[in-house]
Design a protein around this ligand. Sequence first.
Ligand SMILES: [Mn+2]
Length: 339
Amino acid sequence: MTLSPPRGSDLTAEATAVLAAAAADRATVVLSGHVQPDADALGSTLALAEGLRRRGARVLPTFPEPFTLPASLAWLPGADALVPSSEVPASPDVFVSLDAASPARLGELAPLLQRAGTSVVVDHHASNPGFGRVRVVDPAAPATVTLVADLLDGLGVQLDRRLATCLYAGLAADTGSFRFGSTRPDTHELAARLLATGIDHAAISRRLFDTAPFSWLGLLSVVAGRATLEPDVGAGLVWTWSSTAEAAEHGLPGEQLEALVDVVRATQEADVACVLKGQDDGSWSVSLRSRGATDVARVAAALGGGGHSAAAGFTSDRDREGTVAALRSLLGGPAIMVS
Ligand SMILES: [Mn+2]
């Protein structure tokens, strides 16, 4: 059986050429994922940085402030060599943005898009407006790491366990462990290549998805217990809330709020699940998930955020009720159903 060439080959050709030239010139390359990086943003950053380093580039992998990683990600190979954003050059030869749907998601690193000799944007968000000089933006890609795998192939970098661990983390996270609709035949082909390097995929998944302190169960019980079902809003809405302060009452860091939506979104009677996460500054970080009938990327975009049709988010400076009210009025509108 002959496998077709990588799907992203046309899309990645120019970026591969730019990165290969940078590596050959021993150029300085700053790489960053989005603020509060997830497994896809961080896995993409670390894998591409390591690949470029092996090809000769001077790489500085970083991410925007706050410069802290959740325990679920801090173990990824290369994470210990991440450079604080304050320590990267303001005008590197190349700046690579990974998994960031907009310049705003790069925080204080966004000016590097202009200040660098050139910029490469690698992303898969449907809401990406198009920014950066060289764009590898494919909304059909299930994860940014699949685009990074294409780039590594183009650069002639051999996948080994270290690279495959970073790529698999992003792939498993963004596909919901290959459950989401974005998973395609070539997604599994890439997973097969990654597993063939000998990675411990069970350990990766356990660390990413199935590890939480015992006190998380207490937080979950409170948050699940106050969930509200509104079956008549759009195709049904279920929402609940928590906060970094409430997490702290349970002895937990704010990162432990992120997995709550994965429980809430199982609600059969609601197409849209929403978790409002109160932040230290009083704003609400809002996670939205769809069971398929609603395009939550459009909902989030209308509220200043972005994402994918089945998983998106936004930040709200309104109070809790005001934020839910804004959400209700959008979900009741006509333009957000998946056609
Ligand atoms: Mn992603």
